[in-house]
Write a protein of this length. Structure first.
Length: 602
């Protein structure tokens, strides 16, 4: 049996060769080690303890169970189960459909995902940042900050109902361009057509990727890679000229200022020198207010493009007519080539001086006359034309409202915002209340750390969160806020001491790291090859193959007993004590011990 790492590395070595056809891919699914690695990758997710339509979860995982899956794959009798559909609330108050696949389907999908990633990762364009190794919202935003300098217009793109409207035939034909293995294609088609169950009624799927499926993100990227390729070619045709020409106004003023400087140096009369110097200063100010380059230069055009999942942003150095034509061309390509529709409400053409919205940030182009000294002793408007990443106060306040940490009151037509006690947290221990606030503060800062105004907005967010926490603790302890501050103040920090279950004395400190702009994104220019060299070692499978029960020590065939969360355990049973002691959510047990666990006897 071939090593999975060698298999995937062999696939990825041909990934960047767009003419290479991958054959005999399906037989990789017969490799047990691939399933053990897939199991190791996904086992820790709590959602695996939610049963799918087959009623099974990750619990009772065994080598025999993997063997049965592989056997059905070999004779092609494997049939994915329909996903169980539930609904979860969205931020706007509407409900979002969510599919829950069966665990065995998740396991097979994870193996397929690893194979597809190895095949396609090297072929994806650098403009794509969603659902890829070493890429994120931050790499997309940093790319915009670096490459969109000088942009005059933005096109904000949003694809209407993208994941639900992916055309199955188009997706299969895209896969066939690189994968010459009908059995593998048939398996993916089975997942696409698996359907879903809602309120005990089966519904077939005629379009879209599997709801809640592990392979959905990689299939979405494969589908939209066609759009990335289109934009790459469009940019090659659109881009024109090397640099913008210097504007005539700037050229004249520059010559005039240079002439005044020379006149000043030649003048000998003190009064005349003073008059020339004053005129020089005024003309110099005019020069710094005048754009150096001709913004309307018809011989210069640039297009920059970044995509994250189904959202994309285009930066155009050109005129509005160029943008309107580009939007029409993109709409036509989406409709004709991919059978997708751009959202009319969210696909906007925005001037660079206004704000375009992308990934929760407001993006605009700075207009600044501030200067710095150059190495040659001159001055340069270093900030003019640069990209500004901004986080609005509305985003901050919506986040606070989502945590129920903000209340508003209208007095004399003015809205007053105040921190709010979070009654749902009162039942928790003080240290757990503080820990939750810390996690939420860090989460807000970590995401918006690229914003140029994160200092102001971050401290506003912190103020409301801090006093919401103080109000919550005051309510819990039945004392005033000032007494809460006095009780837990230590060396200018807010510190809550507590004792662990083992009797260890510890402290938790309210977030005190500040809110500095952070540009330290290390994976902006990352390797396009998939990270196959860091596959997790299949320790769970090793424990199963060892065949020694981790409760009674008996040699036998084992199954893996899973729990959703360690925090739910009380230590009342022998198994719970073992899990708590090892700090693990899994335990490999023999069939005898497993029967006792299921009956609640162990």
């Amino acid at each position: 049996m071939r090593n999975p790492e060698l298999l995937l590395n062999n696939l990825s070595s041909h990934s960047s060769d767009l003419n290479y056809k991958f054959e005999r891919v399906y037989r990789i699914l017969f490799n047990e080690q691939m399933f053990y690695i897939a199991y190791q990758r996904i086992y820790a997710k709590p959602g695996n303890m939610t049963p799918g339509t087959d009623g099974k979860t990750i619990d009772q995982m065994s080598i025999e169970r993997v063997g049965k899956i592989i056997a059905t794959l070999k004779d092609e009798s494997y049939q994915p189960k329909p996903a169980k559909r539930i609904y979860i609330p969205k931020k706007n108050g509407k409900m979002r459909p969510l599919g829950i696949p069966s665990f065995e389907d998740k396991l097979v999908q994870e193996v397929i995902r690893m194979v597809l990633e190895a095949i396609y990762e090297g072929a994806f364009y650098d403009t794509s940042h969603g659902f890829r190794p070493n890429r994120s919202c931050h790499t997309a935003l940093t790319k915009i900050g670096v490459e969109f300098t000088g942009t005059k217009w933005f096109i904000e793109g949003d694809i209407k109902g993208f994941f639900d409207n992916i055309d199955h035939e188009i997706l299969v034909n895209i896969l066939k361009k690189r994968i010459a293995d009908e059995r593998f294609i048939r398996l993916i088609r089975k997942f696409l057509k698996a359907g879903y169950v809602e309120q005990w009624k089966y519904n077939p799927t005629y379009s879209g990727t599997p709801q809640g499926g592990i392979i959905s993100p990689i299939l979405a990227n494969i589908y939209l890679n066609e759009f990335d390729e289109y934009m790459e070619k469009y940019a090659e045709m659109f881009n024109k000229g090397k640099v913008r020409r210097v504007s005539s106004d700037y050229r004249w003023l520059e010559g005039h200022v240079r002439g005044l400087k020379q006149k000043y140096e030649r003048a000998k009369d003190a009064d005349k020198r003073e008059a020339i110097y004053l005129e020089y200063k005024e003309e110099r100010k005019k020069l710094l207010r005048t754009p150096c380059k001709n913004d309307m230069d018809e011989e210069y055009r640039r297009l920059r493009y970044v995509r994250y999942a189904d959202d994309f942003l285009i930066g155009v150095a050109g005129n509005k007519k160029d943008c309107e034509k580009m939007k029409d061309d993109i709409t036509e390509f989406m409709r004709e080539a991919l059978k997708l529709e751009l959202s009319a409400e969210k696909t906007l053409i925005t001037h660079g001086q206004d704000t375009a919205k992308f990934l929760g940030y407001e993006i605009s182009i700075k207009r600044s006359e501030s200067t710095i000294k150059t190495a040659k002793g001159g001055t340069q408007r270093s900030k003019n034309g640069r990209v500004r990443l901004w986080v609005s106060n509305d985003v901050c306040r919506k986040r606070l409202a989502s945590y129920d940490a903000l209340s508003s009151k209208v007095v004399n037509n003015k809205t007053t915002l105040r921190p709010k006690c979070r009654e749902k947290l009162i039942a928790k221990k003080p240290e757990l209340i503080l820990a939750q606030y810390n996690a939420e503060i860090r989460g807000f800062y970590n995401y918006y750390a690229l914003a140029h105004n994160i200092g102001n907005v971050g401290w506003e967010f912190f103020y409301f969160m801090k006093y919401s926490m103080l109000m919550t603790l005051a309510q819990k302890l039945n004392i005033s806020i000032s007494k809460v501050i006095t009780k837990y103040s230590k060396n200018k920090d807010f510190v809550i001491p507590y004792t662990t279950e083992k009797g260890e004395k510890r402290e938790i400190i309210l977030y005190n790291k500040g809110f500095k702009l952070n540009r330290n994104i290390k994976d902006l220019t990352c390797d396009r090859m998939p990270v196959t060299g860091f596959l997790p070692y299949p320790t769970l499978a090793e424990r199963l193959r060892l065949g020694v029960c981790e409760v009674c020590g008996k040699k036998d065939e084992l199954v893996m007993h899973h729990i959703r969360k360690l925090t739910t355990l009380k230590g009342n049973t022998e198994v719970e004590k073992i899990l708590l002691k090892r700090r693990r959510k899994t335990i490999a047990v023999c069939h005898c011990c497993n029967t006792k666990i299921q009956k609640g006897e162990l």
